[in-house]
Ligand binder design. Structure first.
Ligand SMILES: [Zn+2]
Length: 435
């Protein structure tokens, strides 16, 4: 057992002073007790003066290799740049990857995530095979590179194994997409099984309604139901996708997902930027979640998610760093609220009730609801949960003036991840800023 005595601990009751946390050797929070309740030798307790422990942030949606594009796609890529011209640059980057370069890139990026306060990441992984589509001798070589980087960095990785089969509705894959594609849905599921049998935390991820056919969707949705696995899918990020879907199927992407049996409480829709009222009604009906990726959606000019409607429909929201153009959960969540304010031209959009401030709900999106979307037993500091947390320096200049009522608002609107001084995953300190 390990004992921690920080200045504050953020529990479901809010910010608590004078508490001691016991963490078991296998990294589970055992108890949170009053400091006075039982006397202990000072040598047995690690004190963390000036530190508030908060649950670690959960990054629900990452494409780790896209970190290599950061800052390099803002020069003109064509006369009029859009998501689709950016995608060409991303495909070029994907073509260059090898298991070795992917490992190096993932290790560096996962370390950056830990320093920013993410303790778990859902890696939406789709670069599976050799350029041209030929599988590696070890068919999961690229997945293994990611998992190994996660272990070396110390971050919790849920591998969202992406299924990819076609370029668009009933169109064969383009050259640049061949290495994303499996020969059949059975071949894809065999690779998923191989990883699951090793105990790897897995979710299934049919890439989008563009990239996966009805038959594949039905197989994958069945598989996720049978094995209780999260199912993640991109939808409604781009108007172009919605128009193509309407032309091919006479309905919108989320309506199509319902038709394919792919909506359930295990489903997380990535983006839902342009989701209609009908689509939001379906997500509410099936208790599916939405993952927004505000910094990437801003970078790519996607649009602003219908935050108020999502909140009204009680759809659980979580966040992802997606293209990793920025890695800072505090900034990601601030962008969610700020872009919602710009969309609706009012303040305090993402609030639990009319008279609440946004801080607590933003924290919930960034932690508990993210963990739930990845099927993880973390995201809250409470006995029985994994000991995944971050230490915030309460004396950092960016936090100056905080009080116990507005601590989270000061954090989300006044600071960035520079206030995070340490990160713990499964009871081990995996990052510390000693400055
Ligand atoms: Zn994505």
């Amino acid at each position: 057992m390990k004992y921690l005595a920080p200045a504050y601990i953020y529990t479901s009751e809010g910010l608590q002073a004078n508490k001691r946390m016991a963490v078991s050797d296998d990294g589970i929070i055992d108890s949170i007790t009053d400091l006075e309740s039982q006397s202990m030798e000072p040598s047995e307790v690690e004190t963390l003066p000036g530190v508030a422990l908060l649950p670690g942030f959960v990054n629900v949606h990452s494409h780790v290799f896209q970190r290599a594009l950061r800052g390099h796609t803002h020069r003109p890529l064509s006369q009029k740049d859009t998501f689709w011209t950016w995608r060409n640059a991303m495909y070029d980057e994907a073509q260059r990857l090898t298991p070795e370069t992917l490992y190096t890139l993932a290790l560096q990026t996962y370390r950056e995530m830990l320093a920013a306060g993410y303790t778990s990441v859902g890696e939406f992984h789709y670069v599976h095979h050799q350029p041209g589509g030929q599988p590696y001798a070890e068919p999961n070589a690229m997945s293994e590179a990611i998992l190994e980087a996660g272990r070396a960095a110390g971050i919790r990785v849920v591998l969202l194994m992406t299924a990819y089969a076609q370029a668009g509705f009933q169109q064969p894959p383009e050259e640049g997409q061949l290495r994303f594609c499996d020969a059949s849905v059975e071949a894809y599921l065999a690779r998923v099984e191989a990883l699951r049998s090793k105990g790897v935390p897995i979710g299934v991820a049919p890439h989008s309604v563009r990239a996966v056919s009805e038959n594949w969707f039905r197989f994958i949705a069945d598989y996720s139901r049978t094995h209780h696995l999260p199912l993640h899918v991109h939808a409604d990020e781009q108007i172009g996708e919605i128009e193509q879907c309407k032309t091919a199927f006479g309905c919108t992407p989320i309506e199509l997902l319902e038709r394919f049996g792919a909506l359930s409480s295990q489903t997380t829709i990535i983006h839902a930027t342009h989701a209609s009222e009908v689509e939001l009604g379906l997500l509410a009906k099936y208790k599916s979640a939405v993952c927004v990726c505000p910094t990437t959606e801003g970078d790519l000019g996607d649009g602003i998610a219908p935050y108020a409607a999502l909140l009204d429909a009680n759809i659980p929201l979580c966040i992802g760093s997606d293209s990793n153009t920025r890695l800072d959960p505090i900034e990601e969540l601030r962008w969610a609220e700020y872009s919602a304010r710009m969309r609706y031209q009012r303040r305090r959009v993402l609030v639990a009730h009319e008279m609440a401030s946004p801080g607590p709900l933003l924290l919930d999106y960034g932690t508990r609801l993210g963990a739930s979307a990845l099927g993880l037993h973390t995201g809250v500091i409470a006995p029985g949960m994994s000991a995944d947390f971050i230490g915030v320096s309460v004396n950092h200049p960016a936090m100056a003036g905080w009080n116990s009522n507005d601590f989270l608002d000061v954090l989300f609107f006044g600071a960035s991840s520079e206030v995070i001084t340490q990160t713990w995953v499964q009871g081990s300190k995996v990052y510390e800023n000693r400055q």
